[in-house]
Design a protein around this ligand. Structure first.
Ligand code: ADP
Length: 555
């Protein structure tokens, strides 16, 4: 991963981690607070529902007690003692019930028979054991029971809070059992009071319901003996909404913060890494050999120092390299001069000896002087010829003209060089393998000279025993290559470094300039000449040139 990307990520992490550290506990605290608040609200609502129930029970009880103590009741009891059925009629309880604001009222005789019923007049004359049972329970508070009533949809069992009180007149005892039905009126009142959805359950069925609670919800139940249960359903929607609001704000913040941090990271890292990247690029180019690289940067501090040191180093390197090249060149020419002197000295000895022989013969008036003269003159001429050859070769080497570059298809050029060997010397087999379309910008004549030289050397190497001469043209992405390989004796390792030196030769009558000239030609072309192969099994010379992509070869 690049330095820049890493820095941007680190910035984003730096921005997001504190945000997460703050927000997650905050969220959990908010959730706690909200749920505690809801708990308290539910507790308060349940309590007030309980109180409301108790209040309406108490109101009904007071109404029953006032009824029992009223003069009207005393009159009724007195009349009933004399003519029970005439005094208490089917509508009696109904009328009393209405005046007292009750919704349940039955008058019983002491045996549990209904004398009159306000909530179910049709009961008159029948026993109502469920309701009459209340008279047997000793309780100061109203009791929850299920009471049978007539509704538009027929007879129904509804829960009610009822109180029983006796009415005595002489030996007569009547029972008054009255109270309030728990129905829609109650659930509506409780729903208003608690802001919850309130339902009244009797035997698992919902008898009455009021209010709304949007999901999600939590429920609390308020049991009323076995008769009924009040269920309060509270909405958690508001709390959920608050949580989601905070979460949304967090996500928005995280998104914005993250994006901002990444942007900032990129900017900062760009500012920080630009000089480093310039240095990396500079170092790469120096490694490739470009010594005049200078890194331009306005960086300060350590990085600025590094840039300055780098530039200083490259200019030092350049100066040193130039000095080295210059001194190498001087040394090379000294060596060339030394060898040239040696080469010239060789023919001088036979010339001198021939002339001395002639002088001596003339002085002695040698009888065979004319023959001697002819012989010596031949030697002198031959050696002078050799001298001329040496001087010619040297001047060719020393005054190498600038190459005239043009795109050339190497397979075609190689083909034309090999054509000179259409009939190779006996025992030598030529095996060409020429990839077409490998083009390089070269001086055609100079490259021909190089190839002729390499082929001639290979042939000379195989002159004794014969063998095969493999000539290959191939291209890589960057290079155009010609290989000349023979199966001769190869190059001994101790000679490998010297074969490119001028005047190095192992051949009788060799000049030792062929490879030196070839290497220089390739150097002038921006290419190189490499020697390879295995000593004892053959030599391989590779001409490596920069490949000219897409250039059309001339001719
Ligand atoms: P010359 O051919 O006149 O000797 P060169 O510069 O062409 O000069 O070669 C220098 C030396 O390199 C040769 O004398 C020989 O020792 C060695 N050499 C060149 N080509 C080959 C080859 N194909 N196999 C073995 N040795 C070689």
């Amino acid at each position: 991963m690049r330095l820049r990307t890493r820095l941007a990520l680190a910035f984003a992490l730096l921005a997001l981690v504190p945000l997460a550290v703050v927000v997650l506990p905050t969220l959990s605290r908010l959730r706690d607070t909200l749920s505690r608040e809801l708990d308290a609200r539910m507790q308060a609502a349940t309590t007030s529902a309980q109180e409301a129930l108790e209040r309406s029970g108490a109101t009904a009880r007071r109404a029953v007690e006032e009824l029992v103590d009223s003069p009207a009741m005393e009159d009724l009891a007195r009349d009933a003692r004399e003519h029970p059925t005439r005094a208490i009629q089917a509508g009696t309880a109904g009328a009393l019930m209405k005046t007292r604001g009750l919704t349940v009222l039955s008058l019983f005789d002491n045996d549990g028979r209904v004398l009159s019923s306000g909530h179910l007049p049709a009961r008159r004359g029948d026993p109502d054991p469920a309701l009459f049972h209340v008279t047997r329970v000793k309780a100061s508070r109203p009791l929850p029971v299920r009471v049978e009533v007539r509704t538009p949809s027929g007879l129904r069992q509804l829960p009610a809070l009822v109180t029983a009180r006796p009415v005595d007149y002489g030996d007569l005892r009547l029972w008054v059992v009255g109270g309030v039905l728990l129905d829609e009126g109650l659930t509506q009142h409780l729903a208003r009071l608690t802001q919850a959805r309130v339902s009244l359950l009797a035997e698992g069925a919902e008898v009455a319901v009021a209010g709304d609670a949007a999901p999600p919800t939590v429920a609390r139940e308020l049991p009323l003996g076995e008769a009924a249960t009040v269920r309060l359903v509270f909405s958690r929607a508001a709390a959920r909404e608050a949580e989601e609001g905070v979460m949304r704000a967090f996500l928005l913040l995280a998104g914005l913060g993250g994006a901002f941090a990444v942007l900032l990271g990129l900017l900062v890292s760009r500012w920080m890494t630009r000089p480093v990247e310039a240095l990396t690029e500079g170092a790469r180019r120096v490694a490739e050999g470009a010594l005049d690289v200078r890194v331009e940067s306005d960086a300060t501090g350590e990085v600025g120092e590094l840039v300055k040191t780098f530039n200083h180093m490259t200019s030092e390197l350049k100066a040193t390299t130039e000095r080295l090249v210059a001194s190498e060149r001087i040394a090379a020419w000294q060596e060339v001069a030394r060898r040239l002197a040696h080469e010239i000295k060789n023919p001088l000895t036979p010339i001198r000896m021939s002339l001395e022989t002639l002088l001596a013969a003339q002085e002695a008036r040698h009888p065979r002087f004319p023959e001697l003269f002819k012989e010596s003159a031949g030697v002198v001429l031959e050696e002078v010829d050799r001298l001329r050859r040496i001087v010619d070769e040297f001047s060719r080497f020393a005054r190498m003209p600038k190459p005239q570059l043009a795109p050339v298809d190497l397979s075609e050029l190689t083909q034309s060089v090999l054509a000179l060997y259409a009939t190779p010397p006996p025992g030598i087999e030529v095996q060409p393998s020429l990839q077409t379309g490998v083009v390089a910008r070269v001086d055609r004549d100079m490259l021909t000279q190089v190839l002729v030289n390499l082929v001639k050397n290979a042939e000379e190497a195989m002159a004794d025993k014969g063998g095969s001469l493999r000539v290959r043209v191939k291209g890589t992405e960057a290079d155009a290559i010609i290989e000349v390989e023979d199966s001769g004796p190869g190059i001994p390792p101790e000679n490998r470094a010297r074969i490119f030196e001028p005047y190095f030769t192992t051949k009788e009558g060799g000049t030792g300039l062929g490879l030196a000239i070839a290497a220089r030609i390739l150097q002038e072309h921006g290419g190189k000449l490499e020697a390879g192969g295995e000593p004892g099994r053959g030599a391989r010379f590779s001409v490596v040139l920069p490949r000219a992509e897409g250039a059309t070869p001339a001719g």
